[in-house]
Design a protein around this ligand. Structure first.
Ligand code: C5P
Length: 215
């Protein structure tokens, strides 16, 4: 069974989706981490972001292992590095690259094949797994999402200004929704959950309830 969880940046998808997978005994796939990993690879190589083909080469040659709790890129644990603000800013070049998306979507389908899995991203219920049994669209207001992001960054020791984060988030939302391939979109058959004012435990309980309806 495949459970897809899509939604905008900062809706708290990653942590709650992983907890959901643990709770119901499913595997978990964080597809945003894959785009971040390719962006990190480009950043480290000081790639010219306009060089679209080179990024595709990176996506084809990279080994990304998400089978454990860590994100392993070419043998190195990059779980922490891929969450920096700098990587967050340049991930748009990986996410907006059609060839990179093709490669990562292929990998996502390969990873999920024959498994019980919770897969999280932007296009999981629409483009990658349109046949998924259970689809969830998780969202929250822009202000709530920006507040959470500021909190996450503070926990990493990175200071962030709320207004700046809010502005950048609006730009990322726009890019996510306007993207030609794999845009952020609620699937027609997805259940929408608005998480404003809810604790992570409350969101988790709701998600477990939704999945149980389809099991
Ligand atoms: O979810 P997260 O913030 O880690 O995703 C990083 C970036 O990767 C997002 O800004 C989004 O544009 C992109 N992404 C994507 N398709 C996915 C998952 C993430 O384009 N399935």
């Amino acid at each position: 069974m495949i459970v897809t969880i899509d939604g905008p940046a900062g809706a708290g998808k990653s942590s709650v989706s992983r907890r959901l997978a643990d709770e119901i005994g499913f595997e978990f796939l964080d597809t945003g981490a894959m785009y971040r990993a390719i962006a990190l690879k480009g950043l480290r190589a000081e790639v010219d972001w306009a060089n679209v083909d080179l990024l595709v080469e990176y996506a084809k040659s990279a080994t990304i292992d998400l089978s454990g709790r860590a994100v392993i890129l070419d043998g190195e644990d990059v779980s922490h590095a891929i969450r920096s603000q700098q990587v967050t800013e340049v991930t748009r070049y990986a996410a907006g690259n059609i060839g990179v998306r093709e490669e990562l979507v292929r990998l996502q389908r390969e990873i999920a094949a024959g498994k019980d899995i919770v897969t999280e991203g932007r296009d999981q219920g629409t483009l990658v797994f349109p046949q998924a049994e259970c689809k969830i669209f998780l969202t929250a207001s822009p202000e709530e999402r920006a507040r959470r992001r500021v909190g996450d960054l503070a926990a990493r020791g990175e200071s962030a200004d709320f207004q700046v984060i809010l502005q950048r988030q609006a730009k990322r939302d726009e890019e996510d929704m306007q993207r030609e391939v794999g845009p952020l979109l609620k699937a027609d058959d997805a259940v929408e959950l608005m998480t404003d004012g809810m604790t992570e435990v409350e969101v988790l309980q709701k998600l477990v309830g939704i999945v149980q309806r389809y099991q």
